[in-house]
Ligand binder design. Sequence first.
Ligand code: SAH
Length: 213
Amino acid sequence: MKDTLKHRGMRNKLVDIVASKGIVDKLVLQALRNVPRHLFMDSSFEGHAYQDKAFPIAADQTISQPYTVARQTELLEVRPNQKILEIGTGSGYQTAVLLELKAKVYTIERQLELFKKTRLFFDKMGYRPKKMVFGDGYKGLPEEAPFDGIVVTAGAPQIPKALLAQLKVGGKLVIPVGEEEQIMTVVTRKSEKAFEKLEYGAYRFVPLLEDKN
Ligand code: SAH
């Protein structure tokens, strides 16, 4: 598991592409520069790691497109030490980007195979989320709530109420909403009872599924 100068060079080019597509948050771009995306994929697919594309991983899931990870992270407006909940650990790539931004990360995955694989990989790499949970992200993580931010990395048919309830006042939920195609949606908790919803264009994610597997 190596990160070479060549990989860094390819990553810098990828970050230039991501920036040219409209990502302006310097800290997010720096986090993308720091995370060795090729190590989050099977070594035989290393050649695909620095294209701005989603790619298949285990259990019929995908590692999200770098632009999409950057956009969701930018919309989340992560600050150091904030408590962030991620739904859909997958390869762990988005988790690692959040850790680069010095967030305290809690992450949930419903596929046992991926959960185990990514947990081992994080141990090897020295990535330290606060908690990795095998479970159903629709329910959030009530025992650790409230969160400064929640990011959902799979397409949700509708916004789960449980996730809104686990946001701090001022906190944000970044979630792609829809079936075939999803609209990137940001819900900000303005007060105990008031939520503001803004939309940021269309994406395609694997579906957020109920229960664990
Ligand atoms: N953040 C990941 C994206 C993986 S794709 C990455 O960067 O690689 C979305 C992930 O969400 C898949 O691993 C899928 O198994 C998971 N998922 C789908 N429904 C879920 C649910 N209800 N709870 C937790 N994880 C879920």
